[in-house]
Design a protein around this ligand. Structure first.
Ligand SMILES: Nc1ncnc2c1ncn2[C@@H]1O[C@H](COP(=O)(O)OP(=O)(O)OP(=O)(O)O)[C@@H](O)[C@H]1O
Ligand SMILES: [Mg+2]
Length: 290
């Protein structure tokens, strides 16, 4: 990453950390008495549109298929895409005792998203920073999550205020970085790595999305961007490679139609799923939790 980029990011982080909010004390959002969230994991990227939400969805489905109790907090307040992907278009979250109740998918994944509390999901979200930060707090502290083993946080693109609020205020135990093949060449990954490092959030590893495609006729693996650089990029940052996903028109269609729980093949991103589980177990052991 260019030095100036680095400096800019550091400035943004400093502004948030040392701005007015900081003077009111560190903002740590608390769980409520009707939630028992054991582990919070984030999904981030260095730029938008590389498949964060898609990867969040895959990880949630895979963890749920293994019997874990999974929630998704859609922190992409102004561009939420989780509800549609999971077949919750047009569905509204309800309220109870002044708190929000997440919507549960048919695969038993609990979801809270701006799209579930807006009148119409095509309404543009024009909220300003503080309101957006407030929404994150509501989705975490004022939502009745119940028992959750893994709360996955789908992050907004880039290093916005919201991303920093999430890092600062939620007890994130690790982040998965999602990248596209071009990112691996252009060092976009470095931006995400730096952000996580500055916020002192452990990086679980790197997923390469849209890495290749499979010829529908002969099954040959085609690498339109050339051989993968996942391994060398991960190594250069000292992080783990967590697997690749192909460009798959059927999966893109499933995202649009809200059917990923039905059509996702079994066993996608096994290393990423395993890492989340292992890190969680290590945290439990370190904290003496059963
Ligand atoms: N491996 C894939 N194969 C086919 N389509 C994909 C794949 N990954 C993502 N897509 C499609 O690309 C689009 C962008 O993906 P997604 O919304 O997950 O990205 P994002 O990083 O969350 O974007 P944003 O930064 O806007 O939140 C979606 O329409 C999704 O269906
Ligand atoms: Mg997204």
């Amino acid at each position: 990453m260019a030095d100036s980029d680095d400096e800019q990011l550091r400035k943004e982080v400093d502004e948030v950390l040392h701005g007015t909010k900081r003077n009111q004390g560190p903002q740590v959002f608390e769980q409520n008495g009707r939630s028992d969230i054991k582990h919070v994991m984030g999904v981030i990227s260095g730029k938008g549109g590389v498949g964060k939400s898609f990867v969040t969805g895959i990880l949630a489905v895979e963890l749920a298929r293994r019997g874990a109790r999974v929630g998704i907090l859609d922190a992409d307040i102004t561009g939420p895409s989780i509800p549609r992907m999971l077949g919750l278009s047009g569905v509204h979250a309800t309220g109870e005792d002044e708190m929000l109740v997440p919507v549960t998918t048919k695969g038993a994944i609990k979801v809270m998203s701006a799209n579930l509390v807006l009148e119409s999901e095509t309404d543009p979200v024009l909220w300003r920073g503080p309101v957006v930060a407030n929404a994150i707090e509501q989705f975490y502290s004022e939502t009745i999550w119940g028992d959750i083993d893994y709360l996955l946080v789908d992050m907004p693109p880039g290093t916005s205020d919201v991303a920093l609020t999430v890092f600062q205020s939620l007890p994130i135990e690790g982040v998965v970085i999602v990248s596209s093949p071009q990112d691996l060449v252009q060092m976009v990954v470095g931006k995400a790595v730096n952000m996580a490092n500055m916020m002192r959030v452990p990086i679980l590893g790197l997923v390469e999305n849209m890495a290749y495609l499979t010829c529908p006729h002969c099954g040959e693996k085609i690498e339109p961007y050339g051989p993968s650089r996942l391994a060398e990029t991960a190594e250069s940052f000292g992080i783990s490679p967590l697997g690749q996903l192909p460009i798959d028109p059927a999966l893109a269609a499933a995202c649009d139609e809200g059917t990923i729980e039905d059509v996702l093949p079994e066993g996608l991103l096994p290393d990423a799923v395993q890492t989340i589980i292992q890190v969680s177990e290590l945290m439990d052991a370190a904290l003496g939790r059963g």
